[in-house]
Write a protein that binds this ligand. Sequence first.
Ligand SMILES: [Zn+2]
Length: 161
Amino acid sequence: MKNIKGKIMEIVYHPHPILRRQADPVKVEKIKSPEFKQFLADMEATMLAKDGAGLAAPQVGISEKIVVIAGKNGNNLILINPQITHRSWGKIISEEGCLSIIDNRGRIIYGKVERHKHVTCQYIDAQGKKKKIQAEEPLARVIQHELDHLDGILFIDRLID
Ligand SMILES: [Zn+2]
């Protein structure tokens, strides 16, 4: 996977309607195809180039349940058909931004959002294996933000001030 060179894709900006659509689940049999591996590499390259903490497929115009999250030393987390299976009672308010939400000068807009402090997320990895991750703030926040994209929800819908 790391030996595939990704290309930088165009970001889709709010209020594009694809950002409001419910994304389709990925068909598991296509996960090992070269085209799909290339798309994952393209998503990673795009996230890196735009300096995003995460990127969801609808943000590059593909309405499918795929998310990449930036990890240390290029060990990015790839979540296919992710689902949150547990949310903590505790919540934390913190600032978020989104590559798809910019002002008229092209700058990312930030705002405060309340998110669950811990979440457990079930997903399929890039090898097609079922996985589960228990995440805390700040990773839990990124997971919640990116999974919202797959449901057509943007952080501006959740602003607290
Ligand atoms: Zn976003």
